[in-house]
Write a protein that binds this ligand. Sequence first.
Ligand code: PLP
Length: 263
Amino acid sequence: MTPPVALTIAGSDSSGGAGIQADLKTFAALGVFGTSAVTALTAQNTSGVRGVHPVPAEFVIAQVDAVLDDLPVTAVKTGMLATADVVRAVADLAAAGRLPGLVVDPVMVASSGDPLLEPQAERLYLEALLPQATVITPNVREAEVLLDTSIRTLTEQREAARALGALGPSTVVVKGGHPVTDSADAAVDVVWNDGSVYELRGPRIDTGNNHGTGCTFAAATAAALAMGRDVHGALAGAKNFVSDALAAGAAWRLGQGHGPLDH
Ligand code: PLP
């Protein structure tokens, strides 16, 4: 049978745990045919990012156009966009109505702490791209940068989801997975949708093998949207997919640093 098609617009992670590699593995695992537009090459492994080589915005658009002109894409995920020019180019494509089921993961920093976005692009995310998304999936740290605030409690995490919702996206997920707002036994994501707020709870899995968690959550959400699921079902499915992948890879040893999850 012909599968649904999703597109990832994201950076390449040479170590295979995050970025387009994680996205394409996630799409495949969920039965969705994956296509990609690469925004940057990274030279990295589980210990850190050694170099970033951004792709010019015109060539990112050329990749997206080539895919969209030919294949029936029903959902799009963005990850590392690297430069302000690429954020602007993707926002322009969204404004032209070319990016259906748009899941925006505002990637700013790698799990190793290395920057993955030009600082001047943060404002463009706020003004141009996030308002046009179907779903945005910042983690607590990214929400802090976007809102210029600090998030220390679940109440503040819920307030951040509301504040980001006021910008215009249909749905916001402020992801926990972080000791500050998670409880000892639960990883708590806060969802804002059309004015109401609720929590998505999963088991807190104690493992250093978490490289690619954010990419995988956003890609699994886009895969479910591509399959025609509604946003609540898509997010619940993505949360389960990530919990299962973290649990499956919790004990393996791949690399010297933060290893990948098992997609
Ligand atoms: N995209 C790329 C290309 C990356 O290298 C990384 C992290 O290293 C990310 C996105 C974000 O990864 P995570 O899913 O761990 O937040």
